[in-house]
Design a protein around this ligand. Structure first.
Ligand SMILES: NC(=O)c1ccc[n+]([C@@H]2O[C@H](COP(=O)([O-])OP(=O)(O)OC[C@H]3O[C@@H](n4cnc5c(N)ncnc54)[C@H](OP(=O)(O)O)[C@@H]3O)[C@@H](O)[C@H]2O)c1
Length: 273
């Protein structure tokens, strides 16, 4: 991770969970930070904690409130970062939202909102930052996708679909950017990790959130983030981070999709009992 010291890193979704922990660990490494999410007061809290952790000063952190669904603001936000730091070494596309409801009961507005946040918002910000990286012929775009961008699960169809779409986009980007070997596209696929993702998940309507957690075994946020940073520093392109049982499912979906589908149906039946 020491390779990341002194770099300018823009983290979306920095007000909570994985993004918040990324801010803490990157600040300890002495990276300059741009912290984005919608809730400014939460970003201020994260900034205070980063400063308390030491290794960086006030001038090394920019709070940049940003809504992934408001694409009209992304160009101006990118300009603000460049004005402040003169460069963007790493963009971490981490902001996102999950889904927890059946397909039958979910309104079309929820499917649309999840595509706006997880897919189009990320595509838009990436497109704003890309010309700068192409001009410098260097940079890293790290996208936190999900194992649900590889496997599919019940009651999270809108999330799965948006993350599968994101996987398609970033892999196409990797191919297109091939003539610039020092622009690294790094894709992170976490399994269940401690965060507020379930609490904030959309349910049947865009106005309704799941509001609670469910008891499943999750990886500690700090461990997941440390692995993300090691992957980033070492230019790893495809990174699966999870406890073993979910990794096994991901391998099945990757190599034996019909077996994975049958197994998932059995699991679904068991879970419904
Ligand atoms: N935790 C897991 O188990 C897990 C597993 C696989 C992948 N992931 C992915 O990891 C990423 C981070 O999620 P997390 O687990 O840390 O969840 P989290 O604690 O709920 O954090 C989500 C972050 O995204 C931001 N966000 C949500 N909607 C936004 C919007 N419209 N515009 C801008 N920012 C928005 C939130 O900030 P504001 O509300 O302040 O905007 C928050 O900072 C997500 O992409 C998620 O899909 C998580």
């Amino acid at each position: 991770e020491q390779e990341l010291t002194g770099l300018v890193v823009w983290v979306t979704g920095a007000s909570s969970g994985i993004g918040e922990e990324l801010a803490y660990q990157l600040s300890k490494l002495g990276a300059s930070l741009v912290l984005s999410a919608r809730r400014k007061h939460e970003l201020e809290r994260v900034k205070r904690q980063c400063l308390e952790n030491g290794n960086i000063n006030e001038k090394d952190i920019l709070i940049l409130p940003l809504d992934l669904t408001d694409r009209s603001g992304h160009e101006a936000a990118t300009k603000a970062v460049l004005q402040e730091f003169g460069k963007i070494d790493i963009l971490i596309n981490n902001g996102g939202r999950s889904h927890c409801a059946s397909i039958v009961n979910t309104s079309m507005d929820v499917f649309k909102e999840l595509m706006e946040i997880n897919y189009l918002g990320t595509v838009s910000l990436t497109k704003c930052v890309l010309p700068h990286m192409i001009q410098r012929k260097q940079g890293k775009i790290v996208t936190v996708i999900s194992l649900l961008g590889i496997i599919s699960g019940c009651f999270s169809s809108g999330y799965c679909a948006s993350k599968h779409a994101l996987r398609g986009f970033v892999n196409s980007l990797d191919i297109e950017i091939g003539e610039y070997p020092d622009i690294i596209i790094s894709n992170i696929y976490p399994g269940p990790i401690h965060s507020n993702i379930l609490k904030n998940a959309l349910t049947e309507e865009v106005t309704k959130t799941f509001g609670q957690d469910i008891a499943i075994h999750r990886m500690a946020t700090s461990h997941c983030v440390q692995l993300i940073l090691i992957a980033m520093a070492n230019n790893l392109k495809e990174v699966w981070i999870s406890e073993k049982v979910f990794l096994l499912l991901a391998y099945l979906w990757q190599y034996m999709p019909s077996v994975a589908l049958s197994m998932s149906r059995v699991l679904d039946k068991l879970l419904r009992k």
